[in-house]
Write a protein that binds this ligand. Sequence first.
Ligand code: BGC
Length: 530
Amino acid sequence: MRRSSDLSPEIAEEAAWWRDAVFYQVYVRSFADSNGDGVGDLDGIRSRLGYLELLGVDALWLTPFYRSPMADHGYDVADPRDVDPLFGDLAAFDRLVADAHEHNIRVTVDLVPNHSSDLHEWFQEALHAGPGSMERARYIFRDGRGFDGSQPPNNWVSVFGGPAWTRVPDGQWYLHLFAPEQPDLNWEHPEVRADLEQTLRFWLDRGVDGFRIDVAHGMAKPEGLPDMHIQAQAPGVLSDDAHDPRFDNDGVHEIHRMIRKVMDGYPGTMAVGEIWVKDDERFAAYVRPDELHLGFNFRLVEADFDADAVRSAIEHSLAAVALTGTPATWTLSNHDVVRHVTRYGGGTAGEQRARAMTLVELALPGVIYLYNGEELGLPNVELPDWALQDPTWERSGHTERGRDGCRVPIPWEGTTPPFGFSTAVNTWLPQPNEWDHLTAEAQLEDPGSMLSLYREALEHRKSHASFAGTELEWYGAPAGCFAFRRKGGGLICALNTSGASVPLPPGQVLLSSGPMDGDQLPPDTAVWLV
Ligand code: BGC
């Protein structure tokens, strides 16, 4: 079996390689299709490793490619230790890891411990075995409320809309914080823990360099399953309300300690958790030395294009990890949120602001998570109703359009869909015709393209001495602007979100997100100075 020690000696020697790594999230369905079925797959990713090396990323995060009926596009796992035939097989996975390592790119994979698929053999056994059985104890089955048990056991709602409980024919109810096809596992059950340990070792033994842990603030449930405050639920995929009994229960930390123990037996590997927890101290608890190596922080995703909001997001993110010795992580987009070009207003302004925020993000100390297609400046896509597939659309009674708009397949080359993504005309989500100027091919040689900005910025981030150190100092700046300096190396990053040009801080321009206005920084622009 392959270990990360098969990486070239220069990169293998660094045990904590992840502390300043640039990760690239591959949404496997949408990255590259090698077999012409309109859905991306593992061999497709392998065929694009040259591109990823050229882009300058250090590691991949692959979204779930395990056996799944795809009710939530792979986040409903029926067998966590096998590849779904839609994406390839274990041999294709081994080829991908081997080739990625050849390109000096590490591979991390998604783990989904909070729930399984309803077609997982455990859940099928639970359905057949009946109330009170050993089989039901692996999930969260309860009797209903009301004299005939016809009311759900509590008032919890599913993140995707509707009740978080579904009744089975014998009258009991089971909990699913997400879709009914994703029953929550009972983390009090020793077999649930033992099974995750087996899954961790299975992929670590195959040579993966780490994991992204889905809903890492889920899993543990509170004693007695008390009702939630319905009015407190935030819109969006996941809420981060401190009083939400569905998430961030103290029992979760013991699970992370178990995971860490396994990973410590595989030096050079890491785990990052999806943690939608806003309180800095509660967030920090997840990255204690015996828990996760890294935690996703979504504050940049949640900040508007506004200097004060972005500065506050940065300061909170740094504060949350300051006492832990763990680096901060930075994310502008992922497969669950509206792409940032669109969040910042879309069109030319959205693109300019996205370019500016890319320089802000890549100037920060710590770990970067890029989402496939952001380097091409892809906007969210307004898909027609017939194309929508995210369970949120159905579960919300067609009021929430869901996350498909940020998951449209990548345009690689050519002038018409499928833009080299596939040989099939019908890709799993349709691509807009207007993406002809956004293909990787169209942008590769264009020095003014989004792709060129990412390549140049990543190159500087990797090689320029001014990026040294982990601390920032902030300068005074005009309203709607900020400037910070990396204390160690001296890089200065200035951002202008106001409506007028402002004087530049002193220094030589290393890179700017758009043209300068003489010695002034124009609106919607960021600059690096040394
Ligand atoms: C993933 C989502 C997924 C959900 C349920 C998450 O937070 O990022 O894409 O739908 O977990 O597994």
